[in-house]
Design a protein around this ligand. Structure first.
Ligand SMILES: Cc1cc2nc3c(=O)[nH]c(=O)nc-3n(C[C@H](O)[C@H](O)[C@H](O)COP(=O)(O)OP(=O)(O)OC[C@H]3O[C@@H](n4cnc5c(N)ncnc54)[C@H](O)[C@@H]3O)c2cc1C
Length: 381
C-alpha cells in the first residue's frame, strides 16, 4: 500500500484497485490479511477524505469496469461516508457534545494506567497491541480491525469511547469527523441505540487468517447507554445563484480544485488553508500532519502549473480576508474555527453530491440505501 501524498498516486491506486481487485471486493473485503497484504480493499480513504479523488471519480471508474449490480457493495461503502457526513450535518450537536465529553474524560484519564497501556500497545491482548502499532506506524487500519479495536477498547478494556475516537483521529491518515465519531458511537451502541458491536475470538481468528492468539475478550458486555436525542436541523445547503469573482478558500477536505463542481468559475485567487495543531483540540500525529502538508503542497503545485493564482495561508489569517467563497469544510474543527471566531465574510459553496444526498440522511442507512441508485445517476450524468 503506497500512501504518498499526491493526486497522481491516488489515481494510480484507484486504477490498480479497479483493474485487479474490485472483482473480488464483496467476497474478500472483510478479511484483514495484515499490513503487507492490503489489496482486498481500496485503501483510498486517505485520498477521498481530503478530496484528492472524489466519489464521482471512484464510482465512475468502478462502473466502467462492472455493472451497477456487480458493484453495488463497493458503491454502498463509498456512500456510507457521504451518509455519515450528512447524518452529522443534520445533528451537529453530536460533534459539539463529543468535544465537551472528550475534554472531561481526558482530564479524568490522563494518569490512568489502563489507558496509558492501551495507547502504548501494552495490553494482554496481542491483536490489539498489533493494531496500536500498525495505527501508529502505517496510519491506517482495515475496517474490520477498526471495529474490533473499538469494541475491545470499550467493552474489554472498559475505556471511554471518546478517548479511542481521539486516538484514531490523531493517527489515521483518513481521520474524518463524521465517519470516525459515528463509527465509534455505532460500536458502543449509542448510534443505533441498544445495538452494539461485540468483537469475538472466532470472528477475529477467521477474518485475520488465524494470525493472532490469546484473544480473551468480554463477549457479553451490554451496550453503552446515552439517552440524549438530537433534533434534526433544517439546513438547506444552497449555493448562491451567481458566483462572483472573489477569492475561494479551500480547506483540507477539498484539495483537488480541478475536480470540484466549481472548476469552471472564475475566482480572484485560490487560498489554501492550513490548520496546524495550534488551533486544533485533537492534536494530530507527526505522520498525519506531514501527509496533510504534502497534499496541500501538491495542490498548490498543480494550480501553479495551470497558472492559477493561489497561496497557502494559516487558518489564523482568515480573519483578515476580504469577502470570499469557501468550499464547505463540513462539521469538524475547521468549521468550528470559523464559527467560534465569528467569521462572517465567508459564503459556503456546497458540492452537488452533498446537496443531492444529505437530505436523505434524516433516518437510518437502510432508508438512505433506497436512494443510492438515484444519487449515483445524478452524480455520474
Ligand atoms: C470505529 C471506526 C472508525 C472509523 N474512522 C474512519 C475515519 O476516520 N475516516 C474514514 O474515512 N473512515 C473511517 N471508518 C470507516 C472505514 O473503516 C474506512 O473508511 C475504511 O476502512 C477505509 O479503507 P478503504 O479505503 O480500503 O475502504 P474500502 O472498503 O475500499 O471502501 C471504499 C471507500 O468507501 C468508504 N467507506 C468504506 N467503509 C466505510 C465505512 N464503514 N464508513 C464510512 N466510509 C466507508 C471510504 O471512503 C473508503 O475509502 C471508521 C470505521 C470504524 C468502525
Amino acid at each position: 500500500m503506497k500512501l504518498i501524498p499526491n493526486r497522481n498516486t491516488a489515481l494510480e491506486n484507484l486504477d490498480n484497485f479497479v483493474d485487479t481487485n474490485l472483482g473480488d471486493y464483496s467476497k474478500l473485503r472483510n478479511f484483514d490479511f495484515g499490513p503487507n497484504k492490503r489489496s482486498n480493499t481500496s485503501c483510498l480513504s486517505p485520498y477521498i477524505t481530503h478530496g484528492i479523488i472524489n466519489e464521482k471519480e471512484v464510482i465512475s471508474k468502478s462502473l466502467g469496469k462492472f455493472s451497477f449490480s456487480k458493484n453495488e457493495k463497493f458503491i454502498q461503502e463509498v456512500l456510507w461516508r457521504t451518509y455519515w457526513k450528512g447524518w452529522m450535518e443534520l445533528r451537529s450537536g453530536v460533534w459539539d457534545d463529543y468535544l465537551i465529553d472528550l475534554k472531561k474524560v481526558k482530564e479524568e484519564f490522563k494518569d490512568d494506567k489502563n489507558y496509558l497501556n492501551a495507547i502504548e500497545g501494552n495490553t494482554e491482548i496481542e491483536c490489539f497491541n498489533a493494531w496500536v502499532n500498525e495505527l501508529k506506524n502505517s496510519n491506517y487500519l482495515h475496517n474490520h480491525a477498526r471495529m474490533w479495536f473499538a469494541s475491545i477498547w470499550i467493552f474489554t478494556l472498559e475505556l471511554p469511547w471518546q478517548l479511542g475516537a481521539e486516538f484514531f483521529m490523531q493517527h489515521l491518515l483518513d481521520g474524518d469527523t463524521a465517519s470516525n465519531t459515528l463509527g465509534w458511537r455505532w460500536v458502543a451502541g449509542i448510534q443505533t441505540k441498544g445495538k452494539h458491536y461485540l468483537a469475538s475470538e472466532w470472528n477475529i481468528k477467521k477474518f485475520t487468517n488465524n494470525r493472532f492468539q490469546n484473544i480473551k475478550l468480554n463477549e457479553n458486555a451490554p451496550p453503552k447507554i446515552n439517552d440524549k436525542n438530537y433534533t434534526i436541523l433544517h439546513k438547506t445547503f444552497e449555493n448562491p445563484a451567481n458566483i462572483e469573482s472573489k477569492n475561494l478558500l479551500i480547506f483540507e477536505n477539498n484539495l483537488a480544485f480541478e475536480i470540484t463542481d466549481f472548476v469552471d468559475k472564475k475566482f480572484k485567487k485560490i487560498i489554501l488553508i492550513s490548520n496546524n495543531n495550534k488551533n486544533k483540540i485533537i492534536k494530530l500525529s507527526e505522520n498525519v500532519v506531514n501527509f496533510k502538508a504534502g497534499l496541500l503542497e501538491d495542490q498548490k503545485k498543480r494550480l501553479q502549473e495551470k497558472s492559477i493564482n493561489c497561496e497557502v495561508i494559516n487558518i489564523d489569517e482568515i480573519k483578515n480576508l476580504e469577502s470570499s467563497y469557501c468550499l464547505y469544510p463540513t462539521v469538524g474543527e475547521n468549521l468550528d474555527y470559523i464559527n467560534q471566531n465569528s467569521i462572517k465574510n465567508i459564503n459556503f459553496l456546497y458540492r452537488k453530491l452533498d446537496q443531492n444526498s444529505w437530505k436523505f440522511c434524516n433516518k437510518g442507512f437502510f432508508n438512505f440505501k433506497n436512494y443510492i441508485p438515484k444519487i449515483v445517476e445524478n452524480l455520474i450524468n
